[in-house]
Design a protein. Structure first.
Length: 242
């Protein structure tokens, strides 16, 4: 199985056993650049990705999977790449526990920037390692933990806020209708209401700016140097086609 040809605006990869694998390439970025296709993907959990789906990602050059879920989620629904001989699998629990019941989603997004900067920096360092890209970053639904992490990386790459917000909201669309390529006993199989109000991620990024000085300043505060950050931006983007 090969990945579908990516056309402008067609970034969802309907891989068997997943609902929300998306390429964040093709977004205009600062300085006349654009995010690279087939370099950074975002995903829901990869516990049921079929052999064909795995082969498709490997064919696209996948080198690393960064799993943002809690350890108990990894034990309950292990990623198919956990023991892969060809893909580096890294667990980076983005949250120590779930603050959503008392903070709400908006508060949880703020909490990631306020209290989990070290984990975000760990993700950035992993992407900088030799063979760190192309990579998939994911969690359970690929919406909240993944959404905040990808928003930070796109912001670092110089993608404008409206585009970052639009990318975040796409998760709701991809869960809205049942799909044939997910097994019926999978919790992701049917129509699901996934809450992705644009104002949530927009306000979270405003909070990032207001309280932390933006994505670059936050990552710098947690040990990444300017040269490392410039290198990461270089690897995530390329000159826009003329």
């Amino acid at each position: 199985m090969s990945l579908p040809v990516v056309l402008p605006g067609d970034r969802h990869l309907p891989l068997p056993g997943t609902r929300n694998v998306r390429d964040v390439g093709g977004y205009p970025a600062r300085g006349g650049r654009v995010t690279r296709w087939r370099t950074l993907l975002r995903s829901d959990q990869l516990d049921r990705l079929t052999a064909d789906g795995q082969a498709a990602l490997l064919l696209a050059g996948l080198r690393q999977v960064i799993d943002l879920r809690w350890p108990d989620e990894l034990d309950r629904s292990p990623s198919v790449f956990r023991n892969s001989p060809t893909v580096r699998y890294r667990s980076v629990p983005l949250l120590a526990d779930d603050p959503t019941p008392h903070l709400g989603l908006a508060g949880m997004y703020h909490h990631v920037f306020d209290a989990r900067g070290a984990q975000l920096a760990e993700v950035a360092r992993a992407l900088l390692e030799p063979g760190g890209l192309p990579a998939v970053i994911g969690c359970a639904a690929g919406k909240d933990r993944t959404g905040v992490t990808i928003a930070l990386l796109l912001d670092l790459a110089g993608v404008d806020r409206a585009t970052i917000v639009e990318d975040y909201t796409l998760s709701a669309f991809h869960f809205a209708n049942p799909v044939a390529h997910v097994e019926p006993d999978d919790w992701r199989a049917g129509s699901l209401v996934v809450d992705c109000p644009p104002e949530l991620i927009e306000e979270a990024l405003e909070h990032l700016d207001r309280e932390h000085g933006g994505s670059r300043a936050l990552l710098r505060r947690h040990g990444l140097g300017e040269e490392e950050l410039d290198t990461l931006v270089e690897r995530l983007t390329e000159p826009a086609p003329r």
